[in-house]
Design a protein around this ligand. Structure first.
Ligand SMILES: C[S@@+](CC[C@H](N)C(=O)[O-])C[C@H]1O[C@@H](n2cnc3c(N)ncnc32)[C@H](O)[C@@H]1O
Ligand SMILES: Nc1nc2[nH]cc(C(=O)O)c2c(=O)[nH]1
Ligand code: SF4
Ligand SMILES: [Mg+2]
Length: 216
């Protein structure tokens, strides 16, 4: 069974594929935070901008089989249009995404992307892997297509990821407006991110463009 918080058709807002039409499938639950505000400051990941609990969002629900969920996702793609692209996110999608679902999506013509915190093994067959580190534990997923570091983080430094095997390195300013209680000292995360990119040109800036556009 798969638990889905929400799914929707929008533009990828972040990273190397920013601007690309995609269906987002947001799995319920995460291994680094309960999703409850009372646990935020004791969680391994404390700056999450996302509500990922329950199955009550738009086009959310419980799906008994991979084909049932794949059909639900595929039905949201515009009729008779190609370039089909699905982004599995969450919560932590690696808790639920499996080869059966990947096969079901491929059978429906989709290219498959994932947004993951990199702490859990991934199933085979994902076409685009975006890892966004959150903890000082070594990454389980230490290669992929893009590494997207939310900046700044108190105990985590971009330098420690530079030698990993990724095609693209992005720094994304931490959105503190999405975080009710915060430990972060820096308030202007956009300026500090911009400065870091200019001083360390391996890193490119990723802005959360969907938030500027007021879309999902
Ligand atoms: C909500 S997470 C879900 C996927 C996965 N659990 C992860 O952390 O990568 C989706 C993306 O949003 C980023 N993100 C979460 N909270 C953020 C914030 N407050 N500001 C900027 N990016 C944030 C994450 O780093 C990740 O790249
Ligand atoms: N438009 C849009 N782009 C996104 N890229 C990553 C997202 C996520 O929450 O994983 C996200 C999201 O929630 N919306
Ligand atoms: S950003 Fe990702 S890893 Fe962190 S709590 Fe949110 S869903 Fe979990
Ligand atoms: Mg998001």
């Amino acid at each position: 069974m798969y638990n889905i918080k929400e799914s929707f058709y929008s533009l990828q807002g972040e990273g190397a594929h920013a601007g690309r039409p995609a269906i987002f499938c947001r799995f319920t639950g995460c291994n680094l935070w309960s999703g409850k505000e009372k646990h935020r400051l004791s969680a391994s990941c404390q700056f999450c901008d996302t509500d990922f609990n329950g199955v009550d969002g738009q086009n959310g629900g419980r799906f008994q089989t991979a084909d049932a969920l794949a059909e639900h996702i595929a039905a949201q793609w515009p009729t008779n249009q190609g370039n089909k692209y699905v982004v599995f996110t969450g919560g932590e999608p690696a808790l639920q995404l499996d080869e059966a679902l990947i096969t079901s999506m491929k059978n429906r013509g989709f290219t498959i992307a994932i947004e993951t915190n990199g702490t859990l093994e991934l199933p085979n067959g994902i076409d685009w892997v975006c890892v966004s580190p959150k903890t000082t534990e070594p990454l389980v997923v230490n290669s992929g297509n893009e590494l997207k570091f939310v900046y700044p983080q108190i105990n985590l430094h971009p330098k420690d990821y530079e030698d990993l095997e990724f095609e693209h390195f992005y720094l994304q300013p931490m959105d503190l407006s999405a975080v009710p209680q915060s430990n972060v000292i820096v308030s202007d995360t956009q300026s500090s991110t911009l400065k870091y990119c200019l001083e360390n040109p391996l890193w490119r800036l990723s802005l959360q463009t969907h938030k500027m556009l007021n879309i999902d």
